[in-house]
Design a binder for this molecule. Structure first.
Ligand code: BYC
Length: 483
């Protein structure tokens, strides 16, 4: 049965992929379900599994009105399998198969590559839930707590989306990979998550907002590239995931924006002239702007690593095979095969960082990373507008792409946020000015007191401009039951 715009709620697993007519996959998913619920209970949001949370659930894939808001206990959330509508006569839009009909089944020769892409994508989703599991306890408001849980249940749904593809299209090894997705654990010494940033801690709410701003935006870029895939079920899955991803980045951008707004307001009220007087600003019980900059430096650089190496034969193969495209592939005006094109790549040449023309096909990761950096910069400018409006003389900036990197061209280089290459000694001496130090972390942690009264917000963050689903300011987004 083709995907329809309405979701079938009669099966245990809501879906628009005709699961009730596909007993093999339905059974496999029903077998996987208890392990997922065990994972959610033991590694999902800690302490709030019996609370009623005002969540949106996808009930249709119609671009307008796909979401329904209601109180739900998280373990009862209807995690569904939803694909965006099929596009008539869709084609492979790039690579050596350009112009052929998009694949509805896995092309045998690309099976291993495709499985790898789906597994990597799937691995990040539960990882982020694990990273954020302790944050509910220190939520600065019921509004923020609800947003955290919304992000968490949707990451859970994104895991389901990838697990469906594994079960449906990859038989026995797909089922084994689906089990492994629940077995690996963020930060675990023996079985860590696959990509670096997903093994880092998310210790406080500023980290959470930075993560949803910077790392979820990597998610957006990667999903956009996979949405171009010639393997149509993957494309349609990612297209629908992107509609949910937008809210996650909204949570990040407005979360950081509201922290900045509150800090600026406190600085003004106290009559502090220099926003870099960290001790004076901290005494006001708000997070100083230089520390916000350090957190942005950290999360931006960790997220850059998620793009892989600038020059990558893996990426070239994904592209030539028609499995993973570029950001907005179909809007780019070129041959979509990249047989002769070149692309400028940042490289270290004689101790200096320079742009060097390289074959565009092997520079696919670099190009996607460039698109990502441009997208990140827009939100940073919106944060700067908040600072500007308050009349405070301070600007946030994205650090240079060579700063604090672990993967690719700059993985073994020490560089300042301005992009100057440094000796190890110079780096050690200055790194605490650029990345959050233990003392910065302790200070932020000292502010993380829960604020759960309806309509109230912790003193270090401003209230949002509007409520979720247009609810009034004192709406009870979470009915807390910690029993
Ligand atoms: N950490 O040719 P290379 C999201 C490995 S986020 C550890 O440089 P490639 C979300 C790489 O796997 C989006 N290992 O890179 C956000 C390879 O290993 P093998 C997730 C790394 O393959 C927030 C080797 O190094 N989706 O959705 O071109 C909340 C050489 O690789 C890392 C995707 O990433 C790293 N950072 O690109 C929730 C899309 N980087 O194969 C969710 C699918 C590289 O030699 N993934 N390596 O063993 C991909 O397209 C690619 O795998 C990557 C790497 C872009 C990740």
């Amino acid at each position: 049965m083709p995907a329809t715009s309405n979701v079938d709620y009669s099966t245990k697993i809501p879906n628009n992929v005709g699961l009730s007519d596909d007993q093999r996959v339905l059974k496999a998913l029903e077998l996987w379900h208890p392990g997922y619920i065990d994972w959610w209970m033991s590694r999902g949001p800690e302490g709030f599994q019996t609370s009623d949370v005002y969540l949106r659930t996808a009930v249709s894939i119609d671009p307008k009105g796909w979401a329904k808001f209601d109180y739900v206990r998280m373990p009862q959330y209807r995690w569904g399998i939803l694909l965006a509508p099929a596009q008539e006569d869709r084609r492979v839009n790039f690579g050596t198969h350009k112009g052929e009909k998009a694949w509805q089944e896995v092309p045998g020769e690309y099976r291993a590559m495709l499985r790898r892409l789906i597994v990597v994508q799937g691995d990040t989703e539960p990882a982020s839930v694990e990273q954020q599991r302790h944050l509910g306890k220190t939520a600065p408001s019921l509004y923020d707590m609800r947003n955290l849980f919304q992000v968490n249940v949707e990451e859970g749904r994104h895991l389901w989306a990838m697990v469906y593809l594994l079960h449906k299209y990859f038989g026995k090894d797909g089922r084994e990979e689906a089990e492994e997705l629940l077995a690996r654990q963020s930060g675990d010494a023996d079985k860590p998550r696959m990509l670096g940033a997903f093994n880092e801690a998310t210790p406080d709410w500023l980290s959470f907002f930075m993560f949803t701003y910077f790392t979820d935006r990597d998610g957006k870029m990667q999903l956009e590239s996979l949405a171009q895939s010639g393997f149509d079920p993957l494309s349609r899955t990612c297209r629908f995931m992107l509609t949910e991803e937008a809210h996650h980045m909204f949570v990040g951008e407005t979360g950081v924006g509201r922290i900045i707004e509150r800090t600026c307001e406190a600085i003004k009220q106290a009559g502090i002239d220099d926003p870099t007087e960290i001790a004076a600003v901290r005494k006001l019980g708000v997070i100083d702007l230089p520390t916000i900059q350090k957190k942005a430096n950290l999360h931006f650089s960790l997220s850059l690593d998620l793009f892989g190496s600038e020059m990558s034969t893996n990426a070239a193969n994904y592209y030539s095979s028609g499995l993973k495209g570029r950001f907005q592939e179909t809007r780019i005006e070129d041959d979509h095969q990249l047989t002769v094109a070149s692309y400028p790549v940042s490289k270290l040449v004689n101790g200096k960082i320079k742009l060097v023309d390289e074959p565009a096909l092997t520079a696919i990761n670099m190009r996607l990373r460039d698109d990502y950096v441009a997208d990140c910069a827009k939100g940073v400018e919106r944060w700067n507008k908040v600072i500007e409006k308050s009349g405070i003389n301070f600007r946030l900036k994205l650090p240079h792409v060579a700063f604090h990197r672990h993967i690719g061209e700059f993985g073994n280089v020490k560089a300042s946020p301005q992009g100057d290459v440094l000796s190890d000694v110079a780096w050690e001496k200055q790194k605490d000015q650029w990345l959050p130090s233990k003392a910065d972390g302790d200070f932020i942690e000292s502010l993380m007191e829960p604020c759960w009264e309806r309509g109230r917000f912790a003193p270090w963050i401003a209230a949002p401009k509007v409520g979720i689903d247009n609810k009034p300011g004192d709406f009870e987004y979470v009915k807390i039951n910690r029993a």
